[in-house]
Design a protein. Structure first.
Length: 130
């Protein structure tokens, strides 16, 4: 695989899996409604990288709050290096698809998480642990 290929992709949990997904990781704190565990075809469920319950409830999927939500979520992520480490390790091996359940494809935490992780991948390891 080319080193310029994106390592983190995002996909709704209700979309069918694809061989190009690589490792599929559910990044929601709650299991997607109406989706069976077998039908999800997931490799991992990493609840700890999802927004905190209080932040998720505050956001309420309100697009008008998305910019503030994204800033607050990035702050949570910046203080959670142990939760992010497994995702970064998976990305060193190949593509990772961050699977999420939100209906809004333009205003959801998976977008913020993907961009945050992409920036972390570009930083030297020593800088990530400080």
């Amino acid at each position: 695989m080319s080193t310029s290929a994106p390592r983190f992709r995002i996909k709704r949990a209700y979309e069918p899996p694809d061989p190009g997904d690589g490792v599929r990781v559910l990044v929601d704190r709650l299991w997607p409604r109406g989706l069976s565990r077998a039908g999800a075809d997931l490799d991992h469920w990493m609840k700890d990288v999802a927004p905190s319950p209080s932040l998720r409830i505050w956001f309420g999927h309100d697009p008008a709050r998305f910019a503030d939500f994204a800033a607050r979520y990035r702050d949570e992520l910046a203080h959670s290096p142990d939760a992010l480490a497994p995702l970064l390790a998976l990305a060193r091996e190949g593509p990772v698809t961050l699977v999420y359940a939100a209906r809004d494809e333009r205003h959801n935490h998976a977008l913020v998480l993907r961009d945050f992780l992409a920036k972390q991948r570009r930083r030297p390891r020593a800088a990530r642990t400080k």
